[in-house]
Ligand binder design. Structure first.
Ligand code: DQA
Length: 146
């Protein structure tokens, strides 16, 4: 069975109460349930995690090698700053779909830069929680071609 790691970065644990005008009212638990249901419908195994720590996210990417077939990554603000996360992705050579709830290109200039995008298969942003199943499908379509 195809195994997908869905990795969420800093402050995403606060979804539901965090800037609802930007991120809506959906919680991370709601998103996890959506991803698990979608995984079941697609016959994929889903591991879902969140951390506010850059190092824990890097460790999770390292540990994914040989365990998961690919990663959906919402790295939060680390997207725009973390060469270390970019290098972790390059190091494990797993396919990664970058994901954001908000349309980062319609926001502040500093959000237009993504280190993750340089090493990702592609980027999905701006569709809110619905972006997670879209990202899973993009990853599964890629894996089916391998
Ligand atoms: C985000 C966008 C980032 O710019 C921001 O720092 C986040 C959330 C999103 O999902 O829209 O924490 O990744």
């Amino acid at each position: 069975m195809t195994s997908i790691l869905i990795l969420n970065g800093p402050n995403l644990n606060l979804l539901g109460t965090r800037q609802p005008e930007v991120y809506g009212h959906v919680t991370l638990s709601d998103i996890e349930a959506l991803c698990r249901a979608h995984g079941t419908s697609r016959g994929a195994d889903v591991t879902f995690m969140q951390s506010n720590s850059e190092g824990i996210l890097i460790d999770a990417i390292h540990d994914a090698k040989g365990v998961h077939d690919g990663i959906v990554l919402n790295a939060g603000a680390y997207t725009h700053t973390s060469i270390a996360l970019m290098d972790a992705i390059s190091s494990v050579e797993l396919p990664v779909v970058e994901l954001h709830l908000s349309n980062i290109h319609a926001r502040e200039d500093f959000r237009h830069v993504s280190y993750i995008a340089r090493v990702a298969l592609g980027v999905i942003c701006g569709f809110g929680a619905a972006g997670y199943p879209l990202a899973m499908d993009a990853l599964l379509a890629h894996l089916a071609q391998q």
